[in-house]
Design a protein around this ligand. Structure first.
Ligand code: RB5
Length: 143
């Protein structure tokens, strides 16, 4: 799977770990930064990852900041993006099964690295359930 990944300074260390893990597993990972602990503005990264997913260049995205909140809000401004802020296995699975989320947003200040790794696994391996959820998801784009 082709995965777009990005973080701000608060998510940098974990982003590097997720990047290594996904590359080792054979995913093609496109890294949109940031590339150090220097302070950056999360919307700049979120929008780049969101565009990569919305355009079809990448299949899924992973965004990491302190809480995941800013990243998810910013990514969801891009049409076609369904970014889900998740906190555990259950929300990561539901984001895929029920919402067909295409970007996972997580926070390093709210969730331990181990939990984030598990959510990334679940998010990338869980299929959309379709059925009654398909109509609901299609309504998201047509308010
Ligand atoms: C950075 O301090 C922090 O605001 C950011 O990582 C994120 O949590 C925003 O939602």
């Amino acid at each position: 799977m082709k995965v777009a990944i990005g973080s701000d300074h608060a998510g940098y260390d974990v982003k590097e770990e997720v990047l290594k893990k996904l590359s080792c597993e054979g995913h093609e990972v496109k890294d949109f930064g940031t590339h150090s602990h220097e302070s950056v503005d999360y919307p700049d990264i979120a929008h780049e990852v969101a565009e990569a997913v919305a355009s079809g260049d990448c299949d899924r995205g992973v965004l990491i900041c302190g809480t995941g909140i800013g990243m998810s809000i910013a990514a969801n401004k891009v049409r076609g993006v369904r970014a889900a802020l998740c906190h555990d296995d259950f929300t990561a699975r539901m984001a895929r099964e029920h919402n067909d989320a295409n970007i996972l947003a997580v926070g390093t200040r709210t969730t331990a690295t181990y939990g984030i790794m598990r959510m990334v696994d679940i998010f990338l391996s869980t299929e959309f359930a379709g059925g009654r959820h398909a109509n609901r998801v299609s309504k998201i784009e047509k308010p």
